[in-house]
Design a binder for this molecule. Structure first.
Ligand code: HEM
Length: 467
């Protein structure tokens, strides 16, 4: 029996269990890994490809062999992880294969066979999309991203030498059937406590929609349940049917890819400036920008870091509705308002039910690039390779960036852009004293710049292997 739409919207309370998948077995066997749960490898290489229509048969053959050799299903990913936990045997190389709309066309697919999400159809270089997201002109993007991208392959491993050797081998093969337009080398950055951080020094990857039993149980134990924020999510926020899948339960997901350069020196100086303006400590100033302290403590809960081993995600803003502790503009409040958009002040038509608000959630799978020493403060050449999966780009990534992060108005008027990612930069209101109403205006400059990107689809394995 194939899965019904309600099997994706109502998943078991404890999530999907790949070790005991029941009716989700077929879905997990045909879905690429890294979508429902991150692949967890420390190093990854991203190769952006293009081929001519005349090469499409060779390209198809190559993709088929590559997928059979390296691309892992969600089920295999879980089996590998289990083996690692039981026997200490590493899962080795992990890979994904993604296509753009132009990639499908270059492989000779007719329009009705190509996934249909509108931004995916239009592409990230499209003027309307760039206008909506506030992105720079394509001529200002890095050269590789300016070209017509057909596919992206992601190859990852914990063993850097093995990864680089494998990538070299793959590149040699690839050159016979495609042009490698661009390459990015990503890695996981960690702080002294071993937690995953981004280049500005904040713990990252804490709050995610959770689909898989092990992750749900872990979060439940760490946070004593989901009383204030339920991070569990239905599969239909991340999966859609693959129009070319060869099984009854063939699913895929849309991937948004953005290279976001971080000017760490500038950010740190601005953080010091803000601390001076408000006469507060620098770490609190940073928390008012991000919504969490560098150690992950939510600033709505505390005005000092608590150094929890695993930062909490079981919180909302119900006790901070006037945003005197965590400003409305803070990055995590704008990108996941946890109920704020249901209590919008005098903006008819803007308020949303919690259910709709939660449907905008994205599954982030970004990694850092550039400088590997977190004590350096690079101005250029380092940042985040931002990747996120979703079922509907327009309702998820594009909505978050264009309707929440960028605008001045968010929940109420005059809030200002998200100081981390809001485009263009602007002035925000900052609490003069944590927990009190008085605010000061300050323009936190935008220290993140978009260097290029594209929209992709992650097709099912049965499609890739039978090309
Ligand atoms: C959360 C940093 C870009 C969406 C976070 C957190 C940090 C962070 C430190 C808090 C830790 C966590 O909950 O995982 C950054 C940096 C970025 C960036 C440095 C750029 C260089 C983006 C973009 C988006 C985004 C482009 C989407 C438009 C989110 C979301 C959360 C988050 C949805 C989780 C919020 C929550 O559930 O509380 N980010 N981020 N981020 N970020 Fe970003």
């Amino acid at each position: 029996m194939p899965l019904k739409p309600e099997d994706l919207s109502n998943i078991p309370e404890t999530g999907i269990d790949p070790e005991n998948p029941g009716k989700y077995q077929g879905l997990l066997e045909d879905l690429q890994g890294n979508i429902l749960k991150g692949h967890g490898r420390d190093y990854s290489v991203h190769l952006f490809l293009q081929w001519d229509r005349e090469q499409s048969d060779d390209a198809k053959q190559w993709i088929k062999t590559f997928s059979q050799t390296y691309v892992k299903s969600a089920k295999q990913q879980s089996d590998d992880a289990l083996r690692y936990r039981k026997e200490g045997i590493s899962g080795g190389i992990f890979a994904n294969f993604f296509l753009t709309r132009k990639g499908y066309e270059a492989l000779g697919f007719a329009p009705f066979k190509i996934p249909k999400n509108q931004p995916f159809t239009m592409g990230m270089k499209n003027q309307q999309i760039r206008g909506f997201l506030g992105d720079p002109e394509v001529e200002k993007w890095e050269i590789g991203f300016q070209k017509e991208i057909h596919a992206l392959i992601l190859i990852a491993d914990d063993d850097l030498n093995n990864l680089l050797q494998t990538v070299n081998h793959i590149c040699q093969e690839l050159r016979q059937i495609a042009v490698i337009l661009h390459r990015e080398d990503g890695f996981i950055l960690r702080n002294k406590a071993g937690q995953i951080i981004e280049h500005f020094g904040f713990v990252d990857g804490v709050s995610q929609p959770l689909f898989i039993k092990r992750e749900i149980v872990k979060a439940q134990v760490n946070d004593c349940g989901f009383s204030q924020w339920d991070s569990r999510a239905p599969l239909d926020i991340v999966l859609v049917k693959d129009p070319n899948g060869k099984t009854e339960d063939s699913y895929g997901s849309y991937l948004v890819y953005r290279k976001l350069e971080q000017n760490v020196k500038g950010f740190r100086e601005d953080q010091e400036n803000l601390a001076r303006t408000l006469n507060i400590k620098e770490d609190l100033a940073g928390a008012l920008v991000v919504g969490r302290f560098p150690d992950g403590t939510p600033v709505t809960k505390s005005d000092i870091p608590t150094y929890a081993v695993t930062p909490t995600n079981n919180f909302n803003y119900d006790e901070d509705v006037s945003a005197t502790k965590c400003p409305f503009h803070a990055h995590i409040r704008k990108t996941n308002p946890r109920g704020d958009t249901g209590r919008v002040e005098s903006s008819p038509g803007y308020d949303e039910s919690l259910g709709i608000e939660r449907s905008h959630r994205i599954t982030r799978r970004g990694v850092s690039y550039g400088e590997k020493d977190p004590n350096q403060a690079p101005e250029r050449g380092s940042g985040l390779l931002f990747l996120c999966f979703q079922a509907d780009i327009e309702n998820q990534f594009n909505f978050i960036q264009a309707r929440w992060a960028n605008p001045n108005r968010f929940v109420k008027v005059g809030v200002g852009p998200d100081p981390l990612i809001g485009q263009p930069q602007g002035s925000q209101k900052w609490p003069e004293k944590w927990g009190e109403e008085d605010t000061k205006d300050h323009c936190f400059k935008l220290w993140v710049s978009m260097k290029g990107g594209e929209y992709f689809f992650a097709p099912s394995l049965s499609f890739l292997m039978k090309l």
